[in-house]
Ligand binder design. Structure first.
Ligand SMILES: [Zn+2]
Length: 102
């Protein structure tokens, strides 16, 4: 009974438990096929570890879970807005080596 109902939460990737964000309010997805960003609203509270690249997985999963954004993939940028009003501007890490800088 010592622990709260939430219990200890550790990141599945980096194992840290002190770097979780506030719950995600909305993810604005940018993709080449969109004239404007498409908002994805999580169906439940998602907090994400901000100490590693876990947020990329969160975005990938969210994009893949919605038919509109899945069809427009790959996403190029996403703005994750948290319940405290903060935002994270995420640029997709893609295999773009072939776009060599001339
Ligand atoms: Zn992590």
């Amino acid at each position: 009974m010592a622990e709260s109902e939430e219990g200890p939460v550790a990141c599945g990737r980096c194992r840290r438990d002190d770097s979780f964000s506030h719950p995600v309010s909305v993810i604005l997805v940018f993709a080449p096929g969109f004239e404007k960003p498409y908002p994805l609203i999580p169906g439940e509270d998602y907090s994400v570890c901000t100490a590693c690249d876990a947020i990329y997985r969160l975005i990938d999963c969210a994009v893949d879970a919605h038919p509109v954004t899945r069809a427009a993939a790959p996403w190029t940028r996403a703005v994750v807005v948290f319940s405290d009003g903060r935002g994270a501007d995420i640029r997709a890490k893609r295999r773009t080596q072939h776009l060599a800088l001339a």
